[in-house]
Design a protein around this ligand. Sequence first.
Ligand SMILES: NC(=O)c1ccc[n+]([C@@H]2O[C@H](COP(=O)([O-])OP(=O)(O)OC[C@H]3O[C@@H](n4cnc5c(N)ncnc54)[C@H](OP(=O)(O)O)[C@@H]3O)[C@@H](O)[C@H]2O)c1
Length: 249
Amino acid sequence: MSFSDYRTALVTGASAGMGAALVERFCKEGLTVHAIARRQDRLEELAARTGCIPHALDMTDIDSLTRLLRGLEIDVLVNNAGAGRAGSIPSASAEDIDALVDLNVRSVLHTVRTVLPGMMERDRGHIINISSIAGHYNFAGNTIYHATKAAIHMLSRQLRVDVLGKRIRVTEICPGRTETEIFDRNHGVTKDEAREKFYEGYEVPSASHIADIAAFAINLPSYVNIGLIEVTPTFQVPGGLTTLKSKAQ
Ligand SMILES: NC(=O)c1ccc[n+]([C@@H]2O[C@H](COP(=O)([O-])OP(=O)(O)OC[C@H]3O[C@@H](n4cnc5c(N)ncnc54)[C@H](OP(=O)(O)O)[C@@H]3O)[C@@H](O)[C@H]2O)c1
């Protein structure tokens, strides 16, 4: 399979960052691209620039989401919409937990549940899930986010089992730090503070690198499935081990 074997795509979280870059790339490759996000003005600007079909929708509104998806025939699905919240479990509010589970996990499961049967019927499809290194490694800061992204990692593996025997590929793209809007949107800092704290002085992949990686996986023959790609800055490694001395000593 390659782009020429597919006609349509759906990208969630399309109004910024990786989602917008994926829409732009898929449109250039000749696909009819459906783009979902909440901010209508951003989507309209993207549509004017790329020719994508905008759908202003909150992914956590599962009824509206399902109604929209039932009317679409999708060959390439990118589950990209996602959010993070800083903090450990003891510092988390009930709303923090519900918001991240609803967007990062629940909306993805419902999207796949609705889109996959059509792919199976047509024996054609590629699902790309954007997870995170937070779903694979433990490091301090965003425990709920880690848990939701670990769910996306296992969903990606499990979907391969569910579609075995069909020409449907499943690829998990697992990014480390990537230059998008996620840090100022989700960590309670301004755009300038986010740039200074997370990007200035760092060499960091951009959203277009993620789009290039997705395009590479799609362009391989249908009998080649890339299951998982981890992509981080060269100067970023997960790991580290913390051992505390007992206070009694
Ligand atoms: N950037 C990184 O360093 C990094 C690292 C690892 C993983 N990731 C993952 O990469 C994916 C893309 O993130 P990004 O970095 O490109 O973030 P971003 O720039 O903040 O973009 C997030 C997108 O999701 C959309 N979105 C958020 N809540 C939504 C909702 N309820 N319904 C519909 N759309 C919603 C936003 O649009 P609206 O606000 O208009 O709805 C926006 O288009 C996420 O899954 C994220 O967890 C990012």
